[in-house]
Design a protein. Structure first.
Length: 230
């Protein structure tokens, strides 16, 4: 394990046990990288390196554009995803990969909640990633569905993973009510484009088993088998 900082973000590299293994970049809300990596290893995931980025300004770094708050007493989203993505690709990525043995066979990006939204957004702003996992992704974000439908990713993805909890849309909040509908619509959109895509409906709400759900998404990117439900 290797840790460094970049512009206030903490980056932890969990290297694979073999050279030239794939690498997945995981943006995290807290410090769940270790748990996700351990869950991957325990779940029979093929060898891969995990780069977990924490210390994020969540409502800025993960938000593709500015948007009023959708939660009571919450801060607005301030649309800094583009700037953060430049830091991720230009500084964090090469610094992290310099610590790995060999050259990664493929590079993926994954995240939970707003970071799942960011994983998809990144595909339209950089060609650095060939696989992405949006795990309980905040695909209710206003305007994002239309953003995807009207643009092409800079690189055609090899694999895309989507998941959502079956209770996440059962809320009085009219914005959040769209999360499952939007997730399924985007999944169908990519399938219609011929992209290898899967959708997992997990039991429960948004805050249940985030590390396990994240690991399931990353494992599917690596193996292509059915992901377990959490």
């Amino acid at each position: 394990m290797h840790t460094f900082t970049a512009c206030g973000r903490t980056v932890t590299v969990f290297p694979a046990s073999v050279p030239d293994a794939p690498v997945v970049f995981l943006n995290t809300f807290g410090d769940e990288g270790q748990k996700v990596f351990e869950t991957l290893a325990a779940g029979g995931c093929p060898p891969l390196s995990l780069v977990a980025v924490g210390g994020l300004d969540w409502d800025r770094d993960m938000a593709p554009w500015s948007c009023p708050a959708v939660f009571k007493n919450a801060a607005p989203f301030t649309g800094g995803a583009g700037e953060y993505l430049r830091l991720l690709v230009g500084t964090i990525l090469p610094t992290a990969e310099a610590t790995l043995a060999g050259v990664p066979r493929w590079r993926g990006i994954a995240g939970y909640s707003l970071a799942g939204l960011f994983s998809l957004y990144a595909l339209y702003e950089t060609d650095a990633f060939s696989r992405a996992a949006s795990v309980s992704g905040s695909l209710w974000f206003p305007g994002f569905r239309e953003f995807v439908f009207s643009r092409e990713p800079l690189r055609r993805p090899d694999r895309l993973y989507f998941s959502v909890g079956d209770k996440e849309s059962k809320t009085r909040n009219p914005v959040l009510q769209t999360v499952q509908e939007n997730t399924e619509a985007l999944c169908g959109f990519y399938r219609g484009k011929g992209v290898c895509t899967t959708f997992q409906l997990n039991p429960g709400g948004h805050h249940e088993h985030p590390a396990q759900r994240t690991a399931a998404g990353i494992r599917w990117l690596a193996k292509g088998e059915d992901a377990p439900a959490f």
